[in-house]
Design a protein around this ligand. Structure first.
Ligand SMILES: Cc1ncc(COP(=O)(O)O)c(C=O)c1O
Ligand SMILES: N[C@@H](CCOP(=O)(O)O)C(=O)O
Length: 465
C-alpha cells in the first residue's frame, strides 16, 4: 500500500514511513492511495470471526508491504488481550434498533485504546527492526494522552511528550497521564487550550530543527494514519453483529478531531453498507454549522462538560474534503490555506457539500441537553452514559433518517472518567476499575508551561538530547 498527501505535493510513502511521520512535507495528511474494497459476500463471510481476526482482515491491506501478515496478527492479538471485556467492543441495546457500541473496555477507558495499543506495538516492531529512536509528540484534550502513554510506555525506542490544556481535562484523565512513571514519559500542561496545543504539535512537525537532527518526531494523534486504520475495524464488528452487511447501519459519533467518524466513512468506502453517519458535537460546533449552513467559521473554544470534544479545528476533516474534492491536491492546498486563516468564513463548493450530506448529518448538543440525556437514558434503561456518548445518543435521536435500520452510537468513554458531568446529572461517580483503584493517591509528574512554541520546543530538546 502506498500513501499520498491530501495536498498533493509530498512524496508517496509506504505504511512504515507513514507510521513514522506526522504531517506530510506539504502540510497535508497522508491517506491511502487506493481504498481496499470488499464485496458483500466477503464481508458476510467474516460474520463469526472474533474481533482480533476481523481486525486482521480489515487492517492487513493497509500495511501490506511493510508488516508481515503473521507479525500483524501477533500484534493485534497482544493489543486486544489487555481489554477488560472478551468481546472487545460489546454492544448495549438502549431501545428498539438503538445501540451503544462500548469502546471503553481498554486500559484507559476510552476508544483511543483501540488504535494506540496497536500503534505502540507497530512502532516498537518497526523501530526495533530499523534500530532507530524517535520522539513522540502529541496533543490531548484528555483521552489520547493517556492511551498514547499506556500504548507506548514499554517501547524502548521512544520518548513521549504529551501536551494537555492545564486545568481543562478531568481529574481522572489528568491522573491517567501524570501518574504513569517512566523516564521516557513527559507530561506538559499548557497554559492554553487544546487547539493551541495541537497547533504547537503541528508546527513542530513542520519544522523539526529544534531536535537538531538527532531524532524524528512521530505522531500519536489521529493525523497519524495508523490511528484511523485501527478505528475502522469496530464499524465492521458492530455491523456484522447486527445483521450487516445484508442490512445497512447508521452510526452516531461524538466528534472532535473528526478521526473516529472518518474511520466510519472509510468503512463505508471499503464496502460496508452505512446509510447515515451523524456528526455529534458539543457547543464547539464548527462542523455542525458547516454542515447545516455551508459556512466554515472557527469560533473561540468553549470549555464544556465533554472536555475531550473541546476542539475548534478538526484535523481530519481535511481527509474527508480530499475525497469530496476528487483527490485534487492543488484544490485542497488552496482550500486549506483559506480554512487555516481562521479569521474569515469559508464556503465549500455546493456540489461537494451536497455529496457529504448524502451520508452525513450533524447535530450540536449543549451541556444542559447532555445532562438531560444522561438522566433520561438512565431513567429508561438503567444505563449510565458518559457525557460524550450522551452527545452521540442525543444527536442520533434528533437526526435519525430511518427507524428500521439499527442506529449505533459509539460509546467513546467510560462515565467514571467524567465526574463533573455525572454529578451534574445527579448520580454518584461509579467506582474506578480495579487496575485504577488507587489512581487518586498515585504520585503525579507534570511540567506546566506557557502556550509558547519556543518554550515547549526548548523543553523537549533539553529533555531528549
Ligand atoms: C471520549 C471522546 N469522545 C469523542 C472524541 C472525539 O473523537 P474524534 O476526535 O476522533 O472526533 C474524543 C476525542 O477525540 C474523546 O476522547
Ligand atoms: N479528543 C482527543 C483530542 C485529540 O484527538 P486525536 O484523536 O487526534 O488524538 C483527546 O481526548 O485527546
Amino acid at each position: 500500500m502506498k500513501y499520498v498527501s491530501t495536498r498533493g505535493n509530498a512524496p508517496e510513502l509506504s505504511f512504515e514511513d507513514v507510521l513514522l511521520t506526522g504531517l506530510a512535507a506539504d502540510g497535508g495528511l497522508y491517506v491511502p492511495k487506493h481504498v481496499p474494497h470488499f464485496s458483500l459476500e466477503e464481508i458476510e463471510s467474516w460474520r463469526d470471526l472474533p474481533y482480533t481476526e476481523l481486525a486482521h482482515k480489515v487492517i492487513y491491506p493497509y500495511v501490506e508491504g511493510s508488516i508481515e501478515a503473521d507479525a500483524l496478527q501477533r500484534m493485534i492479538d497482544e493489543a486486544y488481550s489487555v481489554f477488560g471485556h472478551s468481546a472487545i467492543a460489546p454492544l448495549q441495546q438502549l431501545d428498539h434498533n438503538e445501540y451503544v457500541l462500548e469502546l471503553f473496555h481498554g486500559p484507559t477507558l476510552a476508544f483511543k485504546d483501540f488504535a494506540l495499543q496497536l500503534l505502540g506495538r507497530l512502532l516498537d516492531h518497526v523501530l526495533e527492526r530499523r534500530n532507530e529512536k524517535v520522539v513522540i509528540m502529541g496533543a490531548t484534550s484528555g483521552d489520547t494522552g493517556s492511551a498514547a502513554i499506556e500504548g507506548t510506555k514499554a517501547c524502548n525506542n521512544v520518548d513521549i511528550f504529551i501536551l494537555h490544556p492545564h486545568g481543562k481535562v478531568s481529574d481522572v484523565q489528568r491522573r491517567q497521564m501524570t501518574t504513569v512513571q517512566g523516564d521516557n514519559i513527559h507530561n506538559i500542561a499548557i497554559e492554553g487550550n487544546f487547539d493551541q496545543a495541537q497547533d504547537m504539535v503541528k508546527a513542530s512537525f513542520r519544522d523539526q530543527q529544534f531536535l537538531q537532527g538527532e531524532r524524528k518526531l512521530v505522531a500519536v494523534n489521529s493525523i497519524n494514519w495508523a490511528r484511523i486504520m485501527a478505528q475502522i475495524v469496530y464499524y465492521f464488528y458492530a455491523s456484522l453483529n447486527l445483521g450487516g452487511p445484508l442490512r445497512s447501519m447508521a452510526f452516531s459519533v461524538p466528534t472532535g478531531n473528526f478521526g473516529d467518524i472518518f474511520a466510519g466513512y472509510m468503512a463505508r468506502k471499503m464496502g460496508l453498507p452505512i446509510e447515515q453517519l451523524v456528526i455529534a458535537t458539543n457547543s464547539n460546533d464548527v462542523l455542525h454549522r458547516l454542515m447545516s449552513s455551508n459556512l466554515y467559521e472557527v469560533k473561540p473554544l468553549q470549555h464544556t462538560i465533554t472536555p475531550s470534544m473541546d476542539i475548534a479545528v478538526s484535523s481530519n476533516f481535511e481527509r474527508l474534503l480530499f475525497d469530496l474534492y476528487d483527490h485534487n491536491g492543488e484544490a485542497m492546498a488552496s482550500l486549506m490555506e483559506q480554512m487555516n486563516q481562521r479569521d474569515q468564513a469559508v464556503e465549500l463548493d455546493g456540489d461537494r457539500l451536497a455529496k457529504a450530506r448524502e451520508v452525513f448529518d450533524s447535530y450540536a448538543v449543549d451541556e444542559s441537553l447532555t445532562v438531560k440525556t444522561i438522566q433520561s437514558v438512565f431513567a429508561d434503561t438503567g444505563y449510565l452514559l458518559d457525557p460524550h456518548t450522551a452527545v452521540g445518543v442525543e444527536a442520533a435521536r434528533q437526526t435519525r433518517r430511518n427507524q428500521r435500520i439499527p442506529m449505533i452510537t459509539l460509546g467513546t468513554a467510560h462515565p467514571v472518567k467524567f465526574e463533573q458531568a455525572i454529578q451534574q446529572a445527579g448520580f454518584p461517580t461509579p467506582p474506578l476499575p480495579h487496575h485504577l483503584a488507587d489512581l487518586m493517591e498515585r504520585e503525579e509528574r507534570v511540567t506546566v508551561l506557557p502556550a509558547e512554541l519556543d518554550t515547549v520546543q526548548q523543553f523537549i530538546a533539553d529533555t531528549v538530547l
